[in-house]
Write a protein that binds this ligand. Structure first.
Ligand code: BTN
Length: 329
């Protein structure tokens, strides 16, 4: 089954109407038997397709798919200068891995952006999987080039988390909070996460893959695999979300913020980040590997490092593999 054909078939079925095997076969230039084979492969991906004798196939309630042209059309002119028209995959292992592979092959270009309707090996921070069911949420990655070295990127994931909060607030989502370094929470439940993977020099040119996962219409069934409290945009807003508009606005914001971050670093974002810090003044534990330290969270400094008051002294922590949690009150 070719990837293009599978994508085209999903597009044809996305209207929620019945399509006969014959019609679909004609549209794709393949036999009815081959359509049935493709439908089976879509069923195994978790798509809700009904097959009714004499009428054909349909997706109950239809699907609103990601559409590269719709996203690109809603980019501002400034965004279009920095971010390319996205590539949309029906299914991929991981959008981050895709861009890392392109970098490895010497084909990674500044501003490449990709989305997937489903990831089969989506990954989160600290080696955890990222649950990525079909057509429900947002999984995307952006490739960005920096010339000041990986060590200058400490604040990057914080900036992106803030871009996401600002975008969602403009769409009317309220009371979002940040958890250092880059979780977006609503009432202590996780709404979105960011995974940044860098390649290149510690002090010189480097490329960064910025991966973003947002829970939009997470289904209960898929959510059983998530090992922490979560929430999705649909339940926060009480209405269906147009994912194409949402991501276009998100990347308009990100493109502005990345330009500012490239020229001025994290400090212009610092106070805004601290205002949204869900852990401010709370007793917390910070752990990396086996080591764990407890203290009171003072927020982040102008480099994006986390500050904790421990026994009357201020200690700073840098991202990477460190994890943070609230202590029992
Ligand atoms: C986390 O909070 O643990 C980070 C989650 C990051 C998930 C996104 S989904 C798109 C991109 N591709 C991946 O494999 N992961 C990131």
């Amino acid at each position: 089954v070719s990837k293009e054909n599978r994508k085209r078939l999903v597009e044809l079925l996305s209207d929620g109407e019945f399509h006969s095997g014959e019609q679909l076969g004609e549209a794709l230039g393949v036999s009815r038997a081959s359509i049935w084979k493709q439908v089976k492969s879509l069923l195994s991906m978790g798509l809700d397709i009904q097959a009714v004798k004499g009428r054909g196939y349909r997706i109950l309630d239809g699907l609103s798919l990601l559409d590269a042209n719709a996203v690109h059309a809603a980019f501002t002119e400034n965004t279009r200068r920095y971010i390319q028209c996205p590539e949309v995959f029906t299914q991929i292992d991981s959008t981050n891995q895709y861009l890392l592979d392109l970098l490895e092959a010497g084909e990674g270009k500044q501003g490449l952006l990709c989305f997937a309707e489903q990831q089969t090996a989506g990954r989160g921070r600290r080696g955890k999987p990222w649950v990525s069911p079909f057509g429900k949420n947002i999984y995307c990655s952006l490739l960005w080039h920096f010339d000041k070295g990986i060590s200058a990127l400490e604040g990057l994931s914080l900036v992106i988390a803030l871009s996401l909060v600002k975008t969602l607030e403009k769409q009317g989502v309220q009371e979002l909070e940040l958890k250092w370094p880059n979780d977006i929470l609503s009432k202590d439940k996780k709404l979105a996460g960011i995974l940044i993977e860098a390649r290149g020099d510690l002090v010189d040119a480097c490329d960064v893959v910025i991966g973003i996962g947002i829970n939009v219409h997470m289904s209960q069934q898929s959510a059983s695999a998530i090992d922490q409290p979560w929430v999705d945009l649909y339940s926060l807003q009480g209405k269906k979300i147009d994912r194409n508009i949402l991501v276009a606005h998100l990347f308009n914001q990100i493109s502005d913020d990345l330009q500012q971050f490239s020229s001025s670093g994290f400090s212009p974002f610092c106070s805004e980040w601290n205002e949204k810090n869900s852990f401010l003044d709370k007793r917390v534990s910070v752990s990396s590997g086996k080591e764990s330290k407890r203290g009171v969270c003072l927020g982040v400094n102008s480099q994006g490092a986390l500050l904790l008051e421990i026994d009357g002294r201020t200690e700073s922590f840098y991202g990477g593999e460190v994890s943070l949690r609230k202590d029992e009150e």
